[in-house]
Design a binder for this molecule. Structure first.
Ligand code: HEC
Length: 120
């Protein structure tokens, strides 16, 4: 019995110590940011998403998450944690916001890194 417990403990430890890449972490946070995933309203790549069409007082309306892929970092940073109608209020840390921004711009970041590491 004790052996099994120790084995489980060892497995648990090795799982929590296993490395995940920055991409995996960033994708995880975007889909599950301590709350409702951003992708549900803003689309897989932050391109925006139509959530619902409805009729309000005889007028047809849409509820949509807008595109957040092209916002400059400062604006993204300020808006993510602010009160926005239709969006859950998140209390994300600076690192988490940077990671989400990285997720939406990962191709650009990777291209820039590849360019700067090329020998001249
Ligand atoms: C339940 C739906 C929903 C979820 C989930 C959600 N948002 Fe939003 N978000 C909205 C709506 C609605 C707006 C406002 C759209 C508008 O003004 O037209 C918004 C606005 C924003 C804006 C401001 C965009 C701008 O151009 O002003 C940012 C940035 C943003 N969301 C980021 C996020 C991030 C990052 C997440 C995940 C941590 C997230 N949102 C999760 C619905 C959502």
């Amino acid at each position: 019995m004790r052996g099994v417990f120790i084995l489980l403990l060892a497995l648990g430890l090795s799982a929590s110590e296993s490395f995940i890449t920055k991409e995996e972490y960033a994708a995880g946070l975007y889909h599950n940011p301590r709350g409702v995933g951003c992708h549900l309203c803003h689309g897989e790549e932050g391109e925006g998403k139509l959530i619902a069409r409805y009729i309000d007082k005889g007028e047809s309306k849409v509820f949509a998450g807008n595109a957040i892929k092209k916002l400059p970092f400062r604006e993204f940073y300020e808006k993510v944690n602010s009160r926005i109608v239709g969006m859950p209020r998140y209390y994300l840390t600076d690192t988490e916001i940077q990671t989400l921004y990285y997720y939406l711009h990962r191709e650009e970041f990777k291209n820039a890194a590849a360019k700067s590491s090329k020998p001249h």
